[in-house]
Design a protein around this ligand. Structure first.
Ligand code: ADP
Ligand code: TRP
Length: 323
């Protein structure tokens, strides 16, 4: 059984890019792997500057993950800041992290270009992420393509530490599913909370409809045959279809006579009904926040036990445990 770990930032409403890119896969893994899943609230501090928003967002992300099917009896599920060991490991790793390695990170450069303040937390983000992964001796990390470089940084740091201090960390593999690695938003760019182009999982029917209807398509006439592989709407629609459904929709594109607005209406129904049971579960969980807090506290205890083992070895090796 492999240890599979991933985290998600509580930095805004979850969208179908998050779901298909990472969460769905995680939830499936809990059946056959040793799944570790957490809410990365320290990471979210790099983009959320209001304390109340972050605190509420953290609980909301936890509730959403549980509502989508994460089972705390099968997986270890916690909030990052409930395992403070991760901060100590971050410092240890920082001390072996070459500046150049972080300077090359696209995610940092992209975020600064988008107007996020270039502070030290944002720059050191990949080191905290490496600590998240290495602290738990993870074998595999399922993420979307945007996180690939961060996984490479993690592997580099694990190898460097192992070389310098002797074998300590498992060197993790990233797991990026080509089909799902980059789900487009309503405007055709990567779907992202920070681009305002999302289709959110838990939202009102009205907002969902507005998002789906705003999906950008080309200006082909109804009677024209259309190329599904160049169509953003098709890429989104097929996420909700089985093989036969996808083949049928492909045929309608190629045959001509297809109205994009019909496909959008069908997609709206699909999104709405797919998440219907999860919406109900979410409402149920929101009504008992104390139970959610208990689940997270129990998860943190499990995670801390695993973290303590790694950290004791690390402290010994680097000479922090001096007595
Ligand atoms: P966002 O870009 O909306 O802020 P996050 O950075 O919180 O999303 O991403 C959480 C997880 O969801 C990560 O594993 C990320 O790779 C994945 N993810 C986010 N957006 C997409 C997307 N458009 N397609 C595929 N995976 C995505
Ligand atoms: N950086 C990731 C994201 O934005 C979230 C994250 C934090 C993460 N720590 C992690 C993902 C460790 C995988 C493993 O999506």
């Amino acid at each position: 059984m492999r240890r599979v770990l991933s985290g998600i930032q509580p930095s805004g409403a979850l969208h179908i890019g998050n779901y298909f890119g990472m969460m769905q896969k995680m939830i499936r893994y809990q059946e056959e792997e040793d799944l570790f899943a957490f809410i990365a609230n320290y990471h979210a501090m790099t983009s959320v500057s209001d304390g109340k928003t972050l605190a509420l967002g953290t609980l909301d992300a936890a509730v959403s993950f549980l509502a989508l099917g994460l089972d705390p009896d099968k997986a270890t599920f916690w909030v990052q800041s409930d395992v403070p060991e991760v901060q100590e490991l971050t410092w240890v790793l920082s001390s072996i992290t070459p500046m150049g390695l972080l300077e090359r990170c696209h995610s940092y450069k992209d975020k600064v270009t988008k107007g996020i303040s270039p502070n030290h937390g944002l720059f050191a983000y990949p080191v905290l992420m490496a600590a998240d992964i290495l602290l738990f001796q993870s074998d595999a990390v399922p993420v979307g393509r945007d996180q690939k470089q961060h996984l490479e940084v993690t592997r580099d740091l694990a190898e460097k530490f192992n070389h310098q201090y002797g074998p300590t960390f498992t060197v993790p593999e990233s797991e990026i599913d080509d089909d799902l690695a980059l789900i487009p938003g309503t405007d055709g760019q990567k779907m992202s909370k920070s681009y305002g182009n999302t289709i959110d999982i838990f939202t009102s029917r009205k907002v969902l409809k507005k998002a789906v209807m705003s999906i950008v398509t080309d200006a082909a006439a109804i009677e024209d045959p259309k190329d599904p592989d160049k169509c953003n709407l098709f890429t989104l629609a097929k996420l909700f279809l089985d093989t036969a459904g996808e083949a049928e929709l492909r045929q309608r594109y190629l045959a001509g006579g297809l109205k994009y607005s019909d496909v959008k209406k069908e997609l709206l129904e699909q999104v709405w009904t797919t998440f219907e049971p999860h919406r109900e579960k979410r409402e149920e969980l929101l009504a008992r926040p104390d139970d959610v807090r208990d689940i997270l506290a129990a998860g943190a205890l499990k995670a801390r036990a695993a973290a303590a083992e790694t950290l004791a070895t690390v402290r010994e090796k680097v000479g922090i445990a001096y007595r």
